[in-house]
Design a protein. Structure first.
Length: 94
């Protein structure tokens, strides 16, 4: 488990099955939207993880290796019901 995972809040994203086997479900999620505002105003709100709970109703908290979106950044999103979900930014376009 990467060192940035908050061990007191979550467990490994791997679920134990049987004698030493692990299963991991990976879903690729993408999104796009057109916003009628200057990119300099909008991009910081979308790219900085600290703002995600303000505009994402399924996000209570974000813990990540960095503070903003970049390829390869991994972290955890806490949902409103307290479940921690791992994520990885694989690609993005500003």
């Amino acid at each position: 488990m990467p060192s940035f995972y908050p061990s007191r809040w979550c467990t490994s994203p791997f679920r134990r099955r049987g004698a030493g086997t692990a299963r991991r479900t990976v879903r690729l999620v993408g999104a796009s939207i057109e916003i009628a505002a200057p990119v300099n105003t909008v991009w910081p709100l979308l790219a900085e993880f600290c703002w995600w709970p303000n505009w994402g109703p399924t996000v209570r908290k974000v813990v990540a290796e960095r503070t903003s979106v970049a390829p390869g950044v991994r972290g955890l999103i806490q949902t409103p019901i307290g479940i921690w979900v791992p994520f990885e930014i694989t690609d993005w376009q500003a």
